[in-house]
Design a protein around this ligand. Sequence first.
Ligand code: ADP
Length: 234
Amino acid sequence: DFVANVSHELKTPVGAIRLLSDAMQDAADDPEAVRRFADRMFTESERLGKLVQQIIELSRLQADDPLDAPVAVHLDDVIATAVDTSRMDAENKNIQVMVGGTSDLQVFGNEQQVLAAVSNLVSNAVSYSEKDSTVLVTTRVDEGSVDISVVDQGIGIPAEELDRIFERFYRVDPARHRSTGGTGLGLSIVRHALLNHGGTIDVSSQEGEGSTFTVSLPLSPAQAQLSQERTHDV
Ligand code: ADP
């Protein structure tokens, strides 16, 4: 199934690049047209590159068990890196990305995978928001787990689509989202990374108002113990 989906998805940009190169040959005497085709070729090859990179990331996630050799993952660092990765896109749209909540939290597992999950959520929040809005990333402890929420004031997701957005290659509006360079793999990567860590993901959304994605991950054993002791104290 995966291989069939992948071949289908790869064929689109590859076919487009091929057609564009034919068009460029035909328009060799028209510098204006050549420039336009070259621009589109660049967009399509960027898309192809992103697809290949995300396919590799997803296959790796499906093969690796982060709990084989788990390490403490510091969420402050992960969130800072995730926010930094989307900084340029956010600045281009004058979107303010704010971070808040409980600091110094740790989960147990693979930093790369937790980072992939948080980065994809922050990047989506920025991509699917209009200019001049705010994205908020917060953390809090809820019993033995950590909740990380990414809240945006963006376009939202229709209720009937909420179940499907985690499927591989699924996009709510492929025509519109072609322009955002989306691949439909981001949320599959998020879901796999979380499943690998014994975590969950939840989404609530209102069309035209915004979306909230909440990731829940087990606290690292040392912190879970601490948080339990604190509860007993009270
Ligand atoms: P993509 O690469 O298209 O962003 P994802 O798997 O990350 O793929 O997301 C799947 C679809 O879910 C997106 O195409 C988009 O329609 C919808 N989506 C994801 N995050 C958001 C968000 N924060 N706001 C609105 N729609 C979203």
